[in-house]
Design a protein around this ligand. Structure first.
Ligand SMILES: Cc1cc2nc3c(=O)[nH]c(=O)nc-3n(C[C@H](O)[C@H](O)[C@H](O)COP(=O)(O)O)c2cc1C
Length: 198
């Protein structure tokens, strides 16, 4: 693992190995692998075990692929077109609490779906098909093109692929094609009360 990804405290190497490449080979992803990624997401924790996450996906070369590419902002489209699958992550914003019959707003729909995305990303690293989260998507376009009802929030996109050679990237992206560092742990945690300066 690179110098920049040295943990301050012992953690499983999986957490350091996961990163978000943009250079992909474009090769086809098999259904078994793709389903394994979603399977990992499926086991994430959620309030009331409501499981608000939903995933709409497209595989490179499929009929829906051009539509999915169209949803991406141009910057993301420029590199994600060489991916193997694109995923739009949704979360259901309402749920029926235990013992009730009427749907209510589900406050942790985004938080819980974030946990599912993180599980997917970690499994993606384990499976050798890295996943790159992208917020740069046109959510209005996604809602229309994919016929997403109003009670589902559009959270983000995920780009999945086999990592390729960075020589295929533009010069500016080539420079950024490397695992990134993290803030010091001390700046992220506080004991007893709020002491953050940033
Ligand atoms: C919700 C979310 C949105 C992101 N949006 C984009 C994006 O639109 N384009 C992009 O190239 N990377 C995007 N990223 C990738 C982040 O820049 C990346 O995760 C971050 O720099 C940390 O790097 P690492 O994932 O390689 O550890 C996004 C990541 C997340 C989790």
């Amino acid at each position: 693992m690179s110098e920049i990804r040295t943990p301050e405290h012992p953690v499983d190497s999986l957490f350091l190995k996961r990163w978000s490449p943009r250079a992909f080979t474009g090769e086809a992803i098999d259904d078994a692998t793709l389903l394994t990624l979603f399977e990992a997401a499926r086991w994430a924790p959620s309030a009331y075990n409501a499981q608000p996450w939903r995933f709409i996906y497209s595989k490179n070369g499929s009929e829906s692929w051009p539509q999915f590419l169209e949803i991406l902002f141009e910057f993301n489209r420029s590199w994600a077109r060489n991916a193997s699958a694109l995923v739009i992550v949704l979360s259901k914003t309402s749920f029926i609490p235990p013992g009730k019959t009427e749907p209510q707003p589900f406050p942790s729909h985004s938080f819980d779906t974030g946990a599912a995305w993180a599980s997917l990303a970690l499994q993606a690293t384990l499976s050798g098909w890295p996943a790159h989260g992208i917020g740069g998507i046109d959510k209005d376009k996604a809602r229309t093109l994919l016929a997403i009802p109003d009670d589902y929030a559009i959270e983000e996109g995920i780009v999945v692929g086999k990592q390729g050679d960075k020589s295929g990237l533009s010069e500016s992206l080539r420079e950024r094609e490397t695992p990134s560092a993290r803030k010091p742990l001390a700046s992220l945690i506080a004991e007893g009360r709020f002491t953050f300066t940033d």
